[in-house]
Every structure is written in structure tokens, then in C-alpha cells.
Design a protein around this ligand. Structure first.
Ligand code: ADE
Length: 238
């Protein structure tokens, strides 16, 4: 089954299908060509019922910046949802959201249809957020100019989890943060090496040349645990 993304944005051009658009190359492009995923960007502006197709206005109470108005976004969401019978999961990209983690990525990769709302300006009128009741997702504690890049990051992370998206069926299981280890704990990835065997006087760990797959697997798991302890001890907390 094809996963369908709908992106609601005032900059639909950012989701163009031609390279070098971010999703027009590499794994997302191949997954799309294979029919695993499709995406459609809709311009919120097309739904604005005012003279100048305005999507934003000044905030009540004053202050800098503009606020995205309720009506254009609400009507855009309703129209896009009505265009396909599959139910959507609504997601709003915002620095106010819950920090994105791999378990949510994996869960979203099982849904048939995801509706991504990319906000701009100072944010959205709170009332339309309340009505839409989306999952609010943040990429991290920094502010982007808009939700579009965040939406693309989320799409990329989800697409690589779709069965068949990667050449090697279990290689996304080997990503950092994917469940592994006896306790199912999520760990950072281990170091990797390739040819040549010596570079600038530096060799590669002997175990990787041993051909002993059990030993290699144990070494990798130990490296992952060590790295996680050193760099991200928070991942090991229960
Ligand atoms: N929009 C602006 N900043 C963002 C962030 N950090 N995460 C998600 N969406 C955003």
C-alpha cells in the first residue's frame, strides 16, 4: 500500500518533485518511483476567502510578526481530507511540539495517510489548532523559518522505515535509535569502516577483518553501548 503525505503550506514549491528538491533524490525518490509513497503539496493561500488571499494577520494584543488565520487553513485541511477516502493523521510542525523521536517515526510509518501542516510567521491562531487537534511535533529546541523543512525531515525519516524503501531489507533496523539489544534499548550506531584497510597510518579494528560474524556482532553491540553511554546517557535511562 502506498503511504500518502499531504503537506499544507504557503510554499508548495518547496515540495516540487524535480531534483534537486530534498525529496527528489536518493531514498525518498526511489521509494516514490517504486510506489511506496506519494506526496501532494497544497497551497493554503488557495483557500483564503478574502480579497487579497491573505493567510495571516496581525496578532490581537499587539507585538511583532503575523499569525496564520483560522479560515484558510481549516478549509484547506477539510478539502484535502475529502479528496481521498483514507483517514488522515494530522501533524503540525511547530517548536511547541513534542521533540521528534524514532518511536513516533516508526508508528507514523504504519499509517496510510499523513497530513502535515507547516506553519509560518509567529504561528497559528490557537483556535484552529484546537479544532484540528493535530499531533504537534518539534524537530528540536531551535526555530526554523517555517515548518516546511521540518516536514521534509519527518517525511524522510518515515519513508526510510517503509518496507522495501532501502535496498537491504533490514538496514534501517541498524540505524541509530532503532530498537536493539536484549532489553530492546535504543542505542547510537557503532563506528563503520571501509576500504582501504590503512588510511593516513590508521588501521581498522582487527575484529572486523576476522570473518567471525558472532564476534563482530558482539563487538558492534558493545561499541553501540559504549558510545551511547559516553554521548547520550539519557537514552539509557528507563
Ligand atoms: N517550525 C519552526 N521551528 C520548528 C522546529 N524546531 N520544529 C518543527 N517545526 C518548526
Amino acid at each position: 500500500m502506498t503511504l500518502r503525505f499531504d503537506i499544507l503550506t504557503t510554499f508548495p514549491e518547496m515540495f516540487g518533485l524535480e531534483a534537486p528538491a530534498a525529496l527528489g533524490l536518493s531514498i525518498p525518490a526511489r521509494a516514490r518511483a517504486a510506489g511506496l509513497v506519494e506526496w501532494h503539496a497544497t497551497n493554503i493561500r488557495d483557500f483564503a476567502e478574502n480579497k487579497h488571499s491573505k493567510t495571516d494577520d496581525r496578532p490581537f494584543g499587539g507585538g511583532p510578526g503575523m499569525v496564520m488565520m483560522c479560515q484558510p487553513l481549516w478549509d484547506a485541511v477539510r478539502a484535502v481530507e475529502a479528496s481521498d477516502p483514507r483517514p488522515t493523521t494530522r501533524i503540525l510542525l511547530t517548536p511547541q511540539g513534542a521533540p521528534l523521536k524514532q518511536p513516533l517515526v516508526e508508528e507514523l510509518a504504519t499509517r496510510p495517510r499523513l497530513l502535515l501542516i507547516a506553519g509560518h510567521y509567529e504561528g497559528l491562531d490557537e483556535r484552529v489548532i484546537e479544532k484540528l487537534d493535530p499531533i504537534e511535533v518539534s524537530l528540536g529546541d531551535y526555530v526554523l523559518s517555517g515548518g516546511e523543512l521540518a516536514a521534509m525531515v519527518l517525511m524522510d525519516a518515515i519513508i526510510r522505515k517503509l518496507p522495501g524503501a532501502l535496498g537491504h531489507e533490514d538496514s534501517s533496523e541498524e540505524d541509530s535509535f532503532s530498537a536493539r539489544g536484549p532489553g530492546g534499548e535504543r542505542l547510537l550506531d557503532c563506528p563503520h569502516y571501509t576500504k582501504p584497510r590503512e588510511w593516513m597510518g590508521m588501521g581498522v579494528p582487527e575484529v572486523l577483518l576476522s570473518g567471525d560474524h558472532g564476534k563482530i556482532a558482539r563487538w558492534r553491540l558493545e561499541q553501540m553501548r559504549e558510545r551511547t553511554r559516553a554521548r547520550r546517557p539519557d537514552l539509557l535511562e528507563p
